[in-house]
Design a protein around this ligand. Structure first.
Ligand SMILES: Cc1cc2nc3c(=O)[nH]c(=O)nc-3n(C[C@H](O)[C@H](O)[C@H](O)COP(=O)(O)O)c2cc1C
Length: 448
């Protein structure tokens, strides 16, 4: 029988995640819900009812101000703005659920690693080992204007991320010996100082003496996700990514991306099959194909072209309104996410994509491609995608929320379970790392 697929819900703590314009839809609750804790709890409970692996949060710092040279379009169309901090939600969601995992995005470009290590140890304790960190290097130059530090050049952001993680690993894995907490009441010793170690890290970016503030949590190191598929991004993924979050094309181009990632992992001395590769998938499931296509028509009707161009501008650093239509995309330096520029070239390597091609493609295709249909139709599409590319699972983007996720839980989940592609119940007392890498998997694969 084919392997189970990893299934995560993918969302952001802001009024309108990726299907731009859908905040207007009468069934969409995100606009109000994103700042309502009880709404989030209901969403967590829904995904746990559907035996999902995890709820996965995107997050950014700063506004999208590339398109048109200012942030007006992004503000007008709720392009990842306004937004609240997802890390704060996790403990409440963990208290309301017993098994659901949580993936949360946190940038290595802005914060000190000592604080990140403390935050993720805290979250790992409070979730009983159900936390994953989506390690991102981020891309919005506006962050610099918010006092979050210099907006480094693309590859330097990855260099800093390497050292950032190095510090975190030392704090999580080396600073505290097992058994350091002795609770010796007779001798009035809570923690044995001989088992607590400084890490004494001195590098290009950080000087951190240690020790780590937090006693070892169930996973010590959270499950490390990586997102970003440029050459430098893949090198980083090979080093650190236990799971890699990709925006993969279908078919042969997607298979090549997956093969390249697994080869990079093997070259880094890892078992390539141990790298979980998870694709960001837009989908609409409903009781019938017809009902699902009717909702796709509503995506297209509500679609905000200007909102999407603002999103694309922030993702890539390219203002599609600011270049002549015949400029080849490849000739414009992509200072933000190369993944989103290279994606088109990957899809059709023989075509030289111009600014005009891309603007047309982004604005004429309505809300763009998605898997759309009844549970049977979409389950077939997901299975085919996984089989032809070799990836392990999906971060599901759907809309309106929660309608889209309710449809997944009520229709798609039972179909995937019937096909043996999704668990029918959770294993008791497992960490998120154990769920994905097997019982007893305690340390990140990238570490000795
Ligand atoms: C699927 C995917 C999801 C991402 N999610 C986020 C995010 O939530 N927040 C963020 O700041 N960066 C996010 N990133 C950006 C990456 O961390 C990275 O900064 C960016 O992709 C540039 O690297 P690249 O050129 O290797 O793609 C994401 C990237 C990809 C491909």
């Amino acid at each position: 029988m084919a392997d189970e697929l990893i299934l995560n819900g993918f969302i952001q703590c802001s009024p309108n995640h990726q299907i731009k314009g859908m905040w207007k839809h009468p069934l969409d609750e995100t606009s109000r819900g994103y700042r309502d804790l009880k709404w989030w709890i209901r969403l967590g409970e829904l995904l746990e009812r559907g035996c999902f692996d995890a709820l996965f949060f995107a997050d950014v710092h700063g506004t999208y101000d590339t398109y048109g040279g200012n942030r007006d379009a992004a503000v007008r169309h709720a392009v990842q703005f306004p937004g609240i901090d997802p890390t704060v939600l996790i403990p409440a969601l963990a208290a309301a659920t017993d098994h659901l995992g949580f993936g949360v995005t946190y940038s290595t470009t802005y914060f000190p690693p000592f604080q990140a290590a403390k935050l993720f140890s805290t979250l790992d304790h409070l979730t009983d080992g159900r936390i994953a960190w989506n390690v991102v290097t981020s891309y919005l130059p506006d962050a610099e204007r918010q006092g979050l530090g210099v907006h480094l050049e693309h590859d330097e952001r990855y260099d800093r991320a390497d050292e950032f993680l190095d510090v975190c690993y030392k704090l999580w894995e080396q600073s505290w010996e097992d058994g350091a907490i002795v609770l010796d009441a007779a001798n009035d010793i809570h923690t044995d100082p001989s088992k607590i170690h400084e890490i004494d890290h001195h590098g290009r970016w950080f000087d951190v003496q240690g020790p780590h503030m937090v006693e070892p949590s169930p996973q010590r190191t959270p499950v490390i996700f990586q997102a970003g598929s440029s050459a430098r991004g893949m090198q980083f993924a090979a080093q650190h990514g236990e799971a890699v979050f990709v925006a993969s094309p279908q078919g042969a181009a997607g298979a090549e991306l997956v093969t390249n990632l697994r080869e990079a992992a093997a070259n880094a001395g890892r078992d390539p099959s141990s790298m979980k590769i998870i694709h960001a998938t837009r989908l609409i499931v409903a009781e019938t194909d017809q009902e699902a296509h009717a909702m796709k028509a509503e995506w297209d009707r509500n679609f905000s072209v200007e909102g999407f161009l603002a999103l694309f501008g922030g993702w890539t650093g390219i203002d599609l309104g600011g270049h002549s239509p015949d400029t080849p995309i490849a000739s414009i330096p992509a200072t933000a996410m190369r993944t989103w520029v290279e994606r088109w070239q990957r899809e059709d390597p023989n075509h030289e994509w111009t600014v005009g091609d891309l603007a047309r493609r982004l604005s004429e295709g309505g809300a763009g491609t998605a898997f759309v249909g009844s549970a049977t139709t979409v389950a077939d599409q997901l299975e085919e995608f996984a089989e032809t590319t070799g990836l392990d699972g999906f971060n599901l983007i759907t809309s309106p929320v929660p309608w889209g996720l309710e449809q997944v839980v009520d229709h798609l989940v039972p179909e995937l379970q019937r096909r043996g592609r999704l668990r029918t119940e959770y294993e008791p007392n497992e960490t998120l790392r154990e769920r994905w890498f097997g019982r007893g998997a305690t340390h990140p694969r990238s570490q000795p």
